[in-house]
Design a protein around this ligand. Structure first.
Ligand code: ARG
Length: 589
């Protein structure tokens, strides 16, 4: 669907041409003086030099040509030569009616759906999720929804850290604690037990213990490295144990991500490319991409234009072991072979930016990807506490995500109960969680991903201001009016929209016409904050309209129906917006 701004630009460009000027001067922008007009055109200013004419004379002539045009309520030429434009009320009405009949509320859909894979979440098996994993999950989930809405075919992959030294550490610690287990008996030939020899909470205690010991005890560390190697080389007992670790851990991860309203199409991990690595390394050697440097195998990725040094990408360590880089490159190869994607998007802490520069360059240089394959790194900033340092619990530790959410749920539960004494326990719990998620997710997504932000839960949970709960509150307000209207036996869905009467009504409607712009720019720039900014403004516009308009008590039935239609559409746009951000609204709160 053509954008309002483009439709206006076309008319104004034609008018420039009709007045004897070049049509390119007719480009229109949003007004920077919303008190005076809605759109403006500065083309006469630009044209003055070329045509050796005072700008206001050009503007006058163009404005003249636009008089009587049904698209405009007014086009004024103001000194020194601007065109101030207001669109006609019926044009706005027609545009919105059309938008409601379009697929995806008028958001542009490509002819052929580009295929993308988003790598997000990135938890490490056997370690609890902590707040550091929150941003990747929240931003990645939103980007997945935004890209889908803008016509991409998207596969979300969690890319778990499930291989490497951390697994060797756990196996070593288990060996020390339970040497009697059959997994450690080299002579064991039969099947291994079906049940894991630990629960998730036991497992989560094992890792920090092992990691602590390995830092102090060289021999212990060597043992863990040996266990890692044996696991990777296929030691039967270790593999069986590793499967238990994975099962127990993934069950818990699934529960946690579900609670966050985040889901993945693929639950793959670093281990899934273990078999891809030898072939890839061989390929890199044979084509002369990789060479030996101080015993290690590396690919040079520096470029002449680099302002700072970009070190080579290491493929194998001097002892022949693979690294984080190796698994990421092998994963790229696997994704290309299996899905032939047009693009890969990584949602990872921005401190890994240099690392991803190396990996992307290496993938291009070694032709693991096509020249036209898009590789995007969406690096996110740190979630800080009010003191400006990385967020900590009151006790000073890194908080578990589960506990953090439970705490906010509990606070919201109290507030919901207080405001709605008659609410059932079940609805109160469900609503509290919806509000909590809106607070956490909106608090995160309303910032540009690359920026650090302060996790200020008091601010995030406020029902006023630029917050998730404020957006939900606005939605709930609309739902409640529509429910009352329907109690009168009428259908809100079938209500007919009128051209706007008051200025606040017109502002609200103009804001509705801009929905597609916000979603398309969020998709193009991989920035969900564009949608937050849009729905916040839309909520403000709605609330201004609401505060000065009698809706249900409006005696003129035609006018009332028009208001209801406007509410219905506003609700639809707001609900779509929050769905793209990854949260939902209750019926009351
Ligand atoms: N597991 C990693 C970590 O906790 C994040 C993985 C990011 N994704 C990737 N493809 N490297 O740091």
């Amino acid at each position: 669907m053509k954008k309002v701004i483009d439709l206006i630009s076309k008319e104004v460009a034609d008018a420039f041409e009709a007045a004897g000027y070049e049509s390119r001067l007719g480009r229109v922008t949003l007004s920077n003086r919303p008190d005076l007009c809605e759109y403006q055109c500065n083309g006469a200013m630009a044209g003055a030099k070329e045509y050796h004419k005072a700008p206001f004379m050009i503007a006058d002539e163009v404005a003249e040509k636009l008089q009587g045009n049904e698209m405009f309520e007014s086009v004024e030429s103001v000194k020194p030569g601007f065109l101030n434009i207001k669109v006609s009320r019926d044009f706005v009405r027609q545009y919105i009616v059309k938008m409601m009949h379009e697929k995806k509320l008028g958001v542009e859909q490509p002819g052929h759906a580009p295929e993308f894979i988003i790598d997000y979440g990135g938890p490490n098996v056997a370690k609890p999720l902590h707040v550091g994993h929150l941003r990747s999950a929240v931003i990645g989930e939103s980007l997945k929804r935004i890209l889908r809405y803008t016509g991409h075919k998207v596969t979300g992959d969690i890319h778990m850290g499930d291989w490497g030294l951390q697994m060797g550490l756990i196996i070593t610690e288990l060996h020390h604690q339970h040497p009697e287990l059959p997994y450690f008996d080299e002579n064991h030939t039969g099947p291994y037990p079906k049940e894991a020899p630990f629960t998730i909470s036991e497992l989560e205690k094992i890792y920090p213990e092992a990691s602590g010991k390995s830092k102090e005890d060289e021999a212990y560390k060597a043992e863990a490295m040996e266990a890692t190697k044996q696991l990777q080389n296929g030691n039967r007992g270790y593999r069986a144990l590793w499967h238990h670790i994975l099962d127990v851990s993934v069950t818990d991860l699934k529960k946690n991500y579900k609670n966050l309203n985040v889901d993945f199409d693929l639950w793959r991990g670093e281990s899934d490319v273990h078999e891809v690595i030898p072939g890839m390394v061989e390929y890199m050697k044979q084509h002369g991409y990789a060479h030996e440097s101080q015993g290690a195998l590396v690919v040079d990725v520096a470029e002449e234009t680099d302002a700072k040094e970009i070190p080579p990408c290491m493929i194998l360590k001097s002892d022949g072991a693979s690294l984080y880089n190796t698994t990421d490159l092998a994963t790229i190869q696997q994704r290309m072979d299996e899905f032939h994607p047009d693009g890969l998007v990584y949602v990872v802490d921005k401190r890994q930016e240099l690392y991803f520069t190396q990996v992307f360059r290496c993938a291009r240089k070694t032709k693991l990807v096509l020249p036209e394959t898009e590789l995007h790194f969406v690096g996110f900033g740190t979630m800080n506490g009010k003191d400006g340092k990385p967020f900590k619990t009151r006790q000073g530790g890194v908080p578990r995500l589960e506990n953090l959410i439970a705490e906010i749920d509990e606070q919201m539960y109290g507030r919901i109960k207080e405001g709605n004494p008659e609410i059932t326990e079940e609805e109160a719990r469900k609503t509290a969680h919806q509000v909590a998620l809106s607070a956490i997710k909106y608090g995160d997504l309303s910032n540009q991903p690359s920026k650090d932000y302060v996790f200020d839960i008091e601010k995030f949970t406020s029902f006023e201001g630029d917050t998730g709960p404020y957006i939900l509150y606005t939605i709930v307000r609309i739902k409640s009016i529509l429910a009352k209207y329907e109690q009168e036996g009428k259908s809100a869905k079938q209500a007919l929209l009128n051209a706007p009467g008051s200025d606040t009504e017109k502002s609200l409607m103009l804001q509705l016409t801009k929905f597609a712009d916000s979603v398309e720019s969020a998709s193009r720039e991989l920035m969900p904050n564009r949608i937050c900014a849009y729905i916040y403004e839309l909520s403000n516009d709605f609330n201004s309209f609401y505060h000065e308009t009698k809706i249900l008590t409006e005696p003129d039935q035609d006018k009332k129906e028009g208001y209801i239609a406007l509410l219905y559409i506003t609700l639809k746009v707001l609900e779509t917006g929050i769905d793209l951000l990854g949260f939902t609204a209750p019926d009351r709160m």
